[in-house]
Design a protein around this ligand. Structure first.
Ligand SMILES: C[S@@+](CC[C@H](N)C(=O)[O-])C[C@H]1O[C@@H](n2cnc3c(N)ncnc32)[C@H](O)[C@@H]1O
Length: 218
């Protein structure tokens, strides 16, 4: 099966990337449909390889209170909600009303609507206003906002909790000098520097797909 363009890393050898993708078990009808919709409309979802990592992190940490920054059509949200179980509360956030409408339909069909709260607006403002702290925060907003997302997420994360951030290799651009007008690459680079310099976090950047950074709050 050819890996669709919206799931390519941009830095990994094509044969290796195809191999990693081909190993993955088939997804159910709703999740497969979401993947097809994302491929056709070039929606930048995390894809099944990173989704499995997210689900594994939820399963081994037992996270129940989960907040997502940047949820689009709800692909990553469905994986988080399924892994966290019936007693979990997952907060979906996105600034795009149409994507949120589509996401809600998928949540119903995937059988996880009851454990997901859909919030429309600026993801960071919504997280700041959310009561209490979270066991896991998944960050996938526009990349120039990553340093701001980190500043907002840190105080909202439970001690021992996980901050998971997608696209931290950013098609390889994170490893090269960024052009002055490339604020997304600069945002990713600054985020990577910040987490590794932080005394409050234990980060690991995993070069899976476009790079995923998993940080535990100390
Ligand atoms: C990469 S997509 C999210 C994909 C999703 N996490 C998944 O894997 O299925 C990024 C989304 O974040 C939203 N977004 C970006 N910046 C945002 C912000 N500050 N507040 C709310 N939504 C934002 C965009 O509208 C877009 O739908």
């Amino acid at each position: 099966m050819k890996l669709p363009k919206n799931l390519r890393s941009g830095f990994m050898r094509e044969d290796v990337e195809n191999y990693l993708h081909e190993l993955l078990p088939a997804r159910d009808k709703v999740v497969s449909e979401m993947e097809e919709y994302a491929a056709q409309h070039n929606v930048p979802i995390i894809g099944p390889a990173v989704a499995r990592l997210l689900a594994l992190l939820v399963q081994i940490s037992g996270a129940k209170r989960i907040f997502e920054l940047g949820s689009a059509i709800g692909y990553s949200t469905v994986w988080l909600a399924r892994a966290a179980g019936a007693k979990a509360k997952v907060t979906y956030t996105d600034g795009d009303v149409e994507k949120a409408r589509r996401a809600k339909e998928y949540f119903q069909r995937a059988g996880v609507a009851k454990r997901i709260e859909v919030r429309i607006g600026d993801a960071m403002a919504l997280l700041k206003r959310a009561p209490g702290t979270f066991d896991l925060i998944f960050n996938d907003v526009d990349k120039h906002q990553y340093p701001a997302a980190l500043r907002v997420a840190l105080p909202k994360l439970q001690r021992g909790g996980l901050l998971v951030t997608d696209n931290t290799i950013w098609a390889g651009k994170a490893a090269r000098p960024a052009a002055p007008e490339d604020h997304d690459t600069q945002g990713v680079q600054e985020f990577n520097r910040m987490v590794y310099a932080s005394k409050d976090l234990y980060p690991v950047l995993i070069p899976l797909r476009d790079g995923v950074t998993v940080c535990q709050k100390l």
